[in-house]
Design a protein around this ligand. Structure first.
Ligand code: URA
Length: 194
């Protein structure tokens, strides 16, 4: 969504707008839109790519296998799932879990920006290349995005990038590097604590 047509919305209005959204063709193939979940005053916000099959069924982000690993990662760093806010770049499941198209990400952008504004977290942890490139509006590869403090456009919130948990399930050897990212995120969050 270009422009700021939802920049005035409260949680209730934003949620009902997202759940009723038909801006993209993928709204026709979803079971339901997946808005986001968690502590609306969280100091950490987690941003993923898009709902998968299980998320589409349950209406909640990160409830499948990748979600279980994400929960374990969050618990390990002392920020269990119920303490954070979790959302995706796309609110609808792309068919066959294909990558989001640029126009789909653009249609959804205002929703995510408003969620960030409403939560006003001290830190955003972005998981995976696609989510990071979309949030930060860059083509840089994940390897160049990890290990640095970025700023979310508009809000200026500190952003740390790490691997997507679905990738870590396929490449468990990289879990050690993901742990380094989480330690770095904790350090940045402490510096920006509200
Ligand atoms: N992967 C994501 O990026 N988001 C989800 O909600 C589930 C899997």
């Amino acid at each position: 969504m270009r422009g700021s047509s939802c920049s005035h919305m409260d949680w209730l209005e934003l949620r009902s707008t997202v759940l009723a959204c038909t801006r993209c063709a993928i709204s026709q193939t979803r079971i339901q839109a997946v808005f986001g979940v968690g502590n609306q005053q969280a100091s950490w916000m987690i941003i993923g790519e898009a709902p998968g099959a299980e998320e589409d069924r349950q209406g909640e982000p990160f409830v499948g296998k990748a979600g279980k690993l994400l929960n374990n990662m969050l618990t390990a760093i002392g920020m269990p799932r119920e303490t954070v806010y979790i959302a995706n770049v796309l609110k609808c499941r792309p068919p066959n879990n294909r990558d989001p198209k640029p126009d789909e990400a653009a249609n959804c952008r205002g929703y995510l920006e408003r969620q960030i504004e409403l939560v006003n977290p001290a830190l955003i942890l972005v998981v995976g290349r696609i989510a990071a490139q979309n949030l930060l509006q860059t083509d840089a590869p994940l390897a160049r995005l990890r290990g640095k403090e970025h700023s979310a456009p508009l809000s200026g919130t500190p952003v740390i990038v790490t691997y997507h948990p679905a990738y870590l399930l396929r490449q468990p050897a990289d879990k050690r590097k993901a742990w380094q990212d989480l330690l770095f995120a904790r350090e940045v969050a402490a510096r920006h604590a509200r």
